[in-house]
Design a protein around this ligand. Structure first.
Ligand code: GDP
Length: 140
């Protein structure tokens, strides 16, 4: 399988509980390398752009409000089949349905406050990485 890059966010419920290191440990244990990382506070505009695909969903307003409610850590992860691998490590969107050993099973609070984001496909990974990182901030 090819070496890929995927985009990750450690969401406000993770920074609030000071568990970003615990989540990074699970990421690294899965064989993914954190090749870029920064702690930021998303603007409303950034969050709305990032989640534009969900604009018509009933939870959109709640999702944007949550994503700007505190700091987040944005990351680029690299590894073999990184996009699918990180989705596996994250676990199901709803933590009550997430498998044992996944980040969301261990740490997520609810379907909304679910600790992490990971890109769902190669094309979205590229777009999402470019929204938050310039090329020289990614060091593989
Ligand atoms: P993901 O790819 O597993 O993150 O899930 P989705 O792309 O389906 O949804 C994006 C994000 O929207 C999720 O990670 C949640 O934070 C949020 N979300 C999804 N479904 C719900 C919901 O029913 N209620 C709320 N409040 N947030 C939701």
């Amino acid at each position: 399988m090819a070496i890929e890059r995927t985009f990750s966010i450690l969401k406000p419920d993770a920074t609030e509980r000071n568990i970003t290191g615990a989540i990074n440990a699970l990421i690294e244990k899965a064989g993914l390398r954190i090749v870029a990382q920064k702690r930021i506070r998303m603007t409303r505009e950034q969050a709305e752009t990032f989640y534009a695909v969900h604009k018509e969903r009933p939870f959109f307003g709640e999702l944007v409000d949550f994503m700007i409610s505190g700091p987040v850590v944005v990351q680029v992860l690299e590894g073999e089949g990184a996009i699918a691998k990180y989705r596996d490590v994250m676990g199901a969107t709803d933590p009550s349905k997430a498998a044992d050993g996944t980040i969301r099973k261990a740490h997520a609070k609810s379907i909304g406050e679910n600790s992490v984001h990971g890109s769902d496909a190669a094309e979205t990974a590229k777009i999402e990485i470019a929204q938050f990182f310039s090329g020289n901030e990614i060091v593989g």
